[in-house]
Design a protein around this ligand. Structure first.
Ligand SMILES: NC(=O)c1ccc[n+]([C@@H]2O[C@H](COP(=O)([O-])OP(=O)(O)OC[C@H]3O[C@@H](n4cnc5c(N)ncnc54)[C@H](OP(=O)(O)O)[C@@H]3O)[C@@H](O)[C@H]2O)c1
Length: 355
């Protein structure tokens, strides 16, 4: 099978580096172009990338010339992965979709637009049906599919099987978010060392809104938002990679912690049935240890490193009716960003949207 040529927009950043790493040996996709801002255009990728991964810049890309992000720079590609700041992505993504490119985007612009599928393949693969409406309404030959915010993905993955088994009325979530979630230049070391910062701009809104679309039902050309009350408090902590969330759920009917843990650990969905290359065998791993999950150990757990969420401390919540509480931890830049967009693209291919 010939591989599909792909480009990474914003390839020099934190998410872009993970894209490059995930795509270098991908069985279906082949890297055709790397783009970034004027700061990087014309430089070797190895010089332009603000490299933060522990291994070296891969030699296959170190000498590749970074191009300026514009449609003609990615002519050789069919599928574009976007990892740009949202304001920049909002300008370039529609131009690319209109020009016929398929965009699997990680940036937060357009996520809540009614005709833009916001997808976690284990949660709402049927929402891809919005693509036809998007192309028709906007007159585009291509289209845009989004993955959610990094914190949202980490706690919505375990919410999905609980919703299906018991119903959910309300969710309270407190996040402990890693430094890589803010990008390379995000948080000054003098601010975060020996500290916790109890504010992340725009994060609580995304964390409260996106789950309602993800867990909503497709009805014709619209998504009916899930009737769940969500309240979030988001915090930055001195961890390099891996967002951890404390989640408090009012279920629709009673369930013991053991029943909830069993539902979580048995969860398998479409990516597992389709055996998509980036799908972990178990999207939610339940840890029996009383002091887990911790991001240092959870971030690469499971059959596909970085793609599973580890849940632990599943217990009764005495403050809520039918209350269950747990901790969920996952890699914010892999399952929460680059890996999420790659898995979405694999789903697009498996479902015939990408040929
Ligand atoms: N980090 C995470 O865990 C995470 C998770 C989910 C979503 N996201 C989202 O993903 C996107 C990227 O995040 P990041 O953490 O990788 O940020 P980052 O490290 O700051 O990287 C930003 C990338 O965008 C490029 N860029 C900046 N301005 C541009 C412009 N005007 N035109 C073209 N390219 C431009 C940069 O190129 P230069 O190097 O040339 O400046 C760089 O490649 C953001 O929208 C972010 O909100 C991040």
């Amino acid at each position: 099978m010939a591989k599909i040529p792909v480009a990474v927009l914003g390839a020099t950043g934190t998410v872009g580096q993970h894209f490059v790493k995930l795509l270098l040996d991908h069985p279906w996709f082949e890297l055709a172009a790397l783009t970034a801002s004027e700061r990087s255009a014309g430089k070797r990728y190895g010089d332009a990338a603000k490299w933060y991964l522990s291994e070296e810049v891969p030699e296959q890309v170190a000498d590749v010339e970074v191009r300026l992000t514009e449609p003609r720079a990615v002519e050789d590609a069919k599928l574009l992965f976007s990892a740009m700041p949202a304001e920049e992505a909002a300008k370039i993504e529609p131009v690319c979709a209109e020009a016929g490119f398929i965009m699997s985007s990680n940036s937060s612009n357009f996520r809540m637009d009614p005709d833009v599928p916001l997808i976690i393949p284990e949660v709402n693969p049927d929402h891809l049906k919005l693509i036809e409406a998007q192309k028709k309404q906007r007159g585009w030959d291509g289209f845009i599919v989004k993955n959610p915010n990094c914190t949202t993905i980490v706690f919505v993955l375990p919410l999905k099987p609980l919703l299906d088994a018991f119903g959910i009325n309300s969710v309270l979530v407190a996040s402990m978010q890693a430094l890589s979630g803010a990008g390379y230049a995000g948080v000054p070391s003098m601010a975060i060392e020996d500290n916790v910062i109890p504010f992340i701009a725009k994060e609580e809104g995304k964390t409260e809104d996106e789950p309602l679309k993800l867990l909503g039902k497709l009805s014709g050309k619209n998504i009916e938002q899930a009737p769940i009350r969500i309240s979030a408090s988001c915090h930055r902590v001195p961890v390099l990679d891996g967002h951890t969330t404390a989640v408090f759920v009012e279920l629709g009917k009673p369930a013991s912690p053991e029943e909830a843990a069993e539902v979580l650990s048995k969860f398998k969905a479409k990516p597992q049935k389709l055996k998509l290359p980036s799908a972990p065998e178990q999207p939610v791993i339940v840890s029996p240890e009383e002091n887990m999950p911790q991001p240092r150990y959870a971030r690469y757990a499971g059959s596909v490193p970085g793609m599973a969420v580890v849940v632990g401390r599943v217990r009764k919540d005495p403050a809520l009716k039918n209350g269950i509480k747990f901790i969920a931890s996952g890699h914010n830049v892999i399952r929460g960003a680059a890996g999420a967009a790659v898995l979405n693209a694999e789903l697009l291919k498996a479902e015939g949207y990408l040929k």
